[in-house]
Design a protein around this ligand. Sequence first.
Ligand code: HEC
Length: 200
Amino acid sequence: MNNESALLAGGMTMLALATSALVVIPYLQLKDIKPTEGVKPYTAAQLRGREVYIANGCIYCHSQQPRDSSFAPDAKRGWGRASVAGDYYYDHPHLLGTMRTGPDLMNIGVRQPSADWHLGHLYQPRAYVSGSIMPSYPFMFDVKDAAEPGDKPLTLPPGYAPPGKVVVPTAAALDLVAYLQSLNRTGAVLPAPDGGAPAK
Ligand code: HEC
């Protein structure tokens, strides 16, 4: 009996330690974080685009977490400064990613602001980057004989449009590109709430 009480007490202690390390301490560290300068709530279209990003597994190849220069030359690659907690203020769930088969996309809206480029690249990455291993997403586009009123057909590099047809982005493609264009976490890093130095 004595052994059972000791086992229970030990188990409860471990559980309390794990809960404080994984839940309570991170909560206390992050509860006063404010959005980084320039980071705004997503619009309805951008939020729908974020869902398209999640549904199509973009996260399997793209991270959203530029690293400090002591870990990786991300700033030199043009991916932006190391990210801080305030950059993810409106991200539920965050899309940090774990793999970098393709470039980090945390600041792709700054690096590549053109909607036409993004749409064409989603339709056929190899039309823009020869030898790209990114999958194409043709199901995000309608191929039609002629553009209908309100359609905005893609202007693809020569040889990539189906002959005699026009390629029109679906609402999902337009939303996804609105989301990509919104990705901009280049704002100045605010000082920590306790007046300490900003995280690097
Ligand atoms: C199998 C891995 C893979 C998947 C999945 C993938 N990508 Fe990519 N992506 C890449 C690679 C590799 C590149 C670099 C070559 C290129 O630009 O095509 C890239 C490049 C990009 C770029 C240009 C980045 C830059 O710095 O110029 C954007 C934007 C992009 N991908 C968006 C997406 C989106 C949105 C999705 C999901 C719909 C997606 N990718 C899915 C591998 C992937």
